[in-house]
Design a binder for this molecule. Structure first.
Ligand SMILES: [Zn+2]
Length: 1013
């Protein structure tokens, strides 16, 4: 037979585009349109409905950036349409691509009840089926003229990302505003032909199935009268019945589809807009659930449910009903889909606590999956947190974005730093925005790495990022692929149903140990430094506030601020969303985040101050009481307690060197700062050991050009290293000293920026403090602080949640080489057997580590560089401009326990309060420094029980006794939600009024302690 395949395929495309699709709406009449534009921020629904309208015509411009317009459409169904299906078509001026990244609308009935959301892929509103002739139509649209920040020319700097700079030029032109007849038969024909045409394109040309479909399509097209598609569509459809009825082969890949809209809680839009995005998408999805009995939808992020509950109660009522039916599925059990690299141990735990509790309280639903499709890498601490939250599965697809290495599995066990294993699935469809295209379904089946031993994968289906969700077209296509020869099978299934099947069919999945590092978006550890500092400060203040408020409650009967702490925690958790904390949002988001963090700091300082004053007693007592919120005793002040301490004497000195520079001494360390203000030597006096590599100088600031190939705020590309400027010139170099401390102050200028650094040795401390103040006015530059260490080691430790992980210092494999920028929490630690050095940081997460072998002496130099600042121009064109302060410290002679201790110290300075008390005994004490308290708080159930979370911080076994300064009636191991839990792997025993602990490496234990009545 002659090969006419491409001829028929081209015919299908043209007839679909030019004749069949336009025939879906064969008749239409224009709607009357009126508009009112709110003067500023969005207004309440009632106000928008009541505002007077002025007429506006199709083609007219509307919508200043970030504005809200209330649009009213009115019309009459023509008598001739009686008995037919009638829809309103409302095109606000959409670009067909990228729903959620442009203008959007929410449709209301005259009584203010929401109908559904409008976006480029969802412009219809059902009026009636069947319609009555003469029926009046009146609908209101709350239209958001959100500007396009990311389009076909992505990553161009724009001022549109903040209301304050965006101007008022109208962004859109009103397009089609019609009442129209919807011909369902033609629409079904479109669905048939799309599914078959897309499947056909994926099938091997050599196989018979492709040709069977081709011939059926040809017969179908032959049956269409091109001048009268509507009356011939049914006959045309009948010619496809045979190929659509052919069942899938028994070995077909099985896709569990779940309706979804990945909605970024803030990104290229501010938080307030996400509140409305969620309402629009959710209104659409509850409507679709009513229309489509087999459809299932899942939504993550308890915060987004809470927004609907507060702002659109009518939509929330529909959500509740659909959740009760088991068809609208709360997913993930986290407050938001957070970043996981940077949140602290406690914050990561609280993401699950607040997320799961919300779903339990509101719906009685407990999630067992962590749902993080879009998060930029996953720490080795996360598996234990997931397990301690009572969950057991993880879903993400983000690792498919890695630039260098292909991950070897799609379904596997992921093992964290403590040995916890979590059953994990990466959807092989490689997107969280599946649209049921044949190419996506075929890609999932082909791409699935676990073929032969497993058959199931999951496909989150619906428009995402900015919302939109699943469309009726996606549901129609899924129905046709339920059991279709040549295709993977598609069923709507809840995430839990998928995981149960996937786990059952794969009893011995492969194992991946350690972090799931994303080989992309590495610069999100650095961009928007003030947002990151706000997060870290809030985490530290929350620890202090919970500790001192709990202590004051138990000691003095002071009220514990449950509601206030709950609200503050939720605000901090929201800002850990995977585009806020990583610094990848528009200027508006980061400007607001900084203001929010400042307000939270004020509130938390207030709580801490009030609790400490209550504990210290009357100020007239005149005693200077030092409070220590850190988990280790400090200057004789017990961890979690307070004491009056004498100021230690010291013998610190700063001596000028001939040739310039200074030598600092405190009896423990001797530090040489040379004439360039760089650290030429740091010697631990007890051992005589030099810290700085010979021939190198530490605390060297280095400036690189930083212009990645795309994703400006997100990415730093490896080639940034090829060009570097060492900042060695000094404007001034001065020293000062007192018995308590000796300092050198170095001022430099470069480009349009200045930097002042202060290096300080304090009496009695084996630590060099480095305070840095940068007035940063660079563009597309990367500022690093380098510490070349005289340490020979193949690996180093970086702190993560509830412990640390090791990374190589070399680049043996492509996996090692790809980690050229990585995350730490408060320390990195380098060690030769018997001697180590730590660098600790108050708020710097990004760093890199390299190794070189010196020509002079053959020794190894291991260089760690902290990543201080970047200056990308998209999406915030002024990222990180202005004043920044950083605190770091170099700790020579540090074992891992010292690194842990100094990491806590830098974020939790002592506070001095004047009062009458001599001391404040800690509520709990531990007799082993390897057992670290990460939280002391009152139980969330308001029982008055004390909750203490402890973890083993050194990576070894640790035994110890936890004693309390109150009579202890009982101690119960709990999960993170403070429910009794028998999952503890180490030993926890309540005996003799205390708790005996024997924890495994990095094990975390939550204890609920009840005082004797
Ligand atoms: Zn996202």
């Amino acid at each position: 037979m002659h090969d006419d395949r491409t001829l028929v395929e081209s015919r299908l495309k043209r007839v679909l585009d030019e004749r069949i699709r336009p025939a879906v709406y064969p008749e239409s009449v224009p709607l009357e349109v009126g508009i009112w534009t709110a003067p500023g921020e969005p207004v309440p629904v009632a106000e928008g409905l009541a505002a007077p309208r002025t007429p506006i015509a199709v083609g007219d411009a509307w919508g200043a950036p970030w504005g809200t317009s209330w649009i009213t459409v009115t019309g009459t169904v023509p008598e001739a349409w009686a008995g037919r299906t009638v829809e309103a078509l409302i095109d606000l001026g959409f670009d067909a691509n990228m729903p959620g990244f442009q203008c959007e609308g929410l449709v209301y009935r005259p009584d203010g009840s929401p109908v559904k959301g409008l976006n480029p892929q969802n412009q219809w509103v059902r009026i009636a089926a069947p319609a009555a002739g003469g029926e009046q139509v009146l609908l209101h649209v709350e239209a958001a003229s959100n500007p396009v920040i990311l389009d076909y020319h992505p990553f161009l700097p724009t001022e549109l990302g903040d209301r304050e700079t965006a101007g008022d030029r109208p962004q859109y032109k009103l397009a089609r505003m019609d009442l129209a007849v919807f011909d369902e038969t033609v629409w079904q024909l479109v669905m048939d032909l799309e599914v078959l045409g897309e499947l056909m394109a994926e099938l091997p040309v050599e196989g018979p199935r492709r040709w069977e479909i081709l011939r059926a399509v040809e017969r179908c097209l032959d049956a269409i009268d091109l001048q009268d598609v509507n009356s011939t569509a049914a006959a045309a459809r009948s010619r496809l019945e045979g190929v659509l009825a052919a069942p899938a082969v028994p070995s077909a890949h099985r896709i569990s589809a779940i309706g979804h809209a990945h909605i970024d809680s803030a990104w290229l839009w501010p938080l307030r807009e996400t509140v409305r995005k969620v309402a629009r998408t959710t209104a659409n999805m509850t409507a679709l659930l009513e229309d489509e009995p087999e459809f299932r939808y899942t939504m993550s992020q308890a915060q987004q449910f809470a927004w609907i509950k507060e702002h659109r109660p009518e939509v929330y009522a529909r959500v509740r009903k659909a959740v009760a039916e088991g068809r609208f599925v709360p997913a993930g059990g986290m407050w938001v889909e957070s970043d996981t690299n940077m949140p602290s141990s406690e914050a990561m735990a609280r993401q699950f606590v607040h997320g799961k509790r919300f779903f339990l309280d509101e719906f009685g639903v407990e999630n067992h999956e962590a749902w993080l499709p879009d998060t930029f890498g996953f720490t080795g601490g996360l598996p234990q947190i997931i397990r301690n939250a009572g969950s057991k599965w993880l879903l993400t697809q983000k690792i498919s974005w890695s630039q260098v290495n292909r991950f070897p599995h799609h379904t596997f066990l992921w093992e964290g730093i403590d040995g916890t294993r979590i059953f994990t699935h990466f959807p092989p469809v490689d997107t969280y925005n599946c649209s049921m295209k044949g190419s996506e379904i075929a890609h999932a089946a082909r791409n699935f790495k676990d073929k032969g031993v497993a058959r199931h994968s999951l496909a989150p289906t619906g428009w995402g990022d900015g919302g939109g969700g699943t469309t009726r077209e996606m549901v129609a296509k899924a129905a046709r692929m339920k059991d279709l020869e040549g295709s993977a099978t598609v069923r709507w299934e809840n995430p839990a149903e998928f995981f149960a099947k996937a786990e059952a069919e794969y009893p011995n999945p492969p194992v991946w140990v350690g972090e799931l590092y994303l080989e992309l978006h590495r610069a999100t550890l650095t961009s928007q430094a003030r947002t990151k500092q706000g997060n870290r400060r809030s985490e530290n203040l929350l620890r202090e506030a919970e500790l001192w408020c709990a202590t004051a409650a138990l000691r003095t009967g002071a009220a514990y601020p449950y509601e206030q702490l709950d609200r503050i925690w939720k605000t901090v958790l929201l800002h850990q969303f995977h585009d806020i904390l990583p610094g990848s949002s528009i200027a508006w988001v980061h400007r607001e985040a900084e203001a929010t963090y400042a307000a939270l700091a004020g509130e938390l300082e207030g709580l801490i101050g009030a609790a400490q004053r209550a504990l210290a007693g009357a100020a007239a007592g005149g005693r200077e009481l030092v409070f220590n919120a850190a988990p280790h005793t400090r200057s004789a002040v017990p961890a979690g307690g307070a004491a009056a301490v004498a100021v230690p004497g010291g013998t610190c000195e700063a001596v000028e060197r001939s040739g310039g520079g200074f030598t600092l001494r405190n009896g423990l360390l001797e530090v040489v700062v040379d004439a360039d203000g760089l650290i030429a030597s740091v010697v631990e006096l007890a051992t005589g050991r030099e810290t700085v590599a010979p021939g190198s100088r530490a605390n060297l600031l280095q400036l690189h050009p930083d212009f990645p190939n795309m994703w400006d705020a997100w990415d730093v590309d490896q080639f940034y290293r090829n060009t570097v400027t060492d900042l060695t010139g000094t404007d001034s170099l001065t020293a000062s000293s007192s018995p308590a401390g000796a300092s050198v102050r170095i001022a430099r200028s470069f480009g349009s920026s200045t930097v002042v650094q202060t290096l300080t040795l304090r009496a009695g401390e084996q630590r060099l403090d480095i305070d840095t103040e940068v007035d940063w006015h660079e563009t597309e530059k990367f500022l690093k602080a380098a510490f070349p260490l005289d340490v020979h080691t193949e690996r180093y430790a970086a702190e993560t949640q509830f412990g640390h992980l090791h990374r190589p210092t070399h680049t043996n494999t492509s996996w090692d080489a790809a980690k050229f920028e990585a995350c730490n929490h408060r320390f990195v630690h380098f060690e030769e057997p018997g001697w180590g050095v730590a660098l600790v940081t108050a708020s710097t997460y990004g760093h890199d580590v390299t190794r070189t072998v010196r020509a002079e002496d053959g020794g190894t130099t291991t260089t760690v560089r902290f990543s201080l600042l970047r200056a990308p121009r998209f999406p915030d064109p002024k990222t990180d401009q202005g004043l920044h302060r950083f605190r770091h410290a170099l700790v020579p002679g540090a074992a891992i326990g010292d690194a842990v201790r100094e990491g806590y110290r830098i974020g939790l300075p002592e506070r001095t309060v004047t009062g009458s008390a001599e001391r404040v005994a800690p509520l709990v004490e531990l007799d082993n420094d390897a057992l670290v308290v990460s939280a002391v708080k009152l139980a969330d159930d308001r029982s008055g029980d004390l909750v203490v979370r402890v973890y083993e911080a050194g990576g070894g076994r640790a035994r110890g006794r936890l004693t309390t300064s109150f009579p202890l009636a009982d101690a119960v191991p709990c999960d993170l939600l403070e429910r009794p839990w028998d999952g503890t792997r180490g030993e926890v025993a309540f005996e003799d009024g205390a708790v005996r602990l024997a924890l495994r490496p990095f094990e975390l234990v939550t204890l609920r302690l009840r005082a004797t009545a």
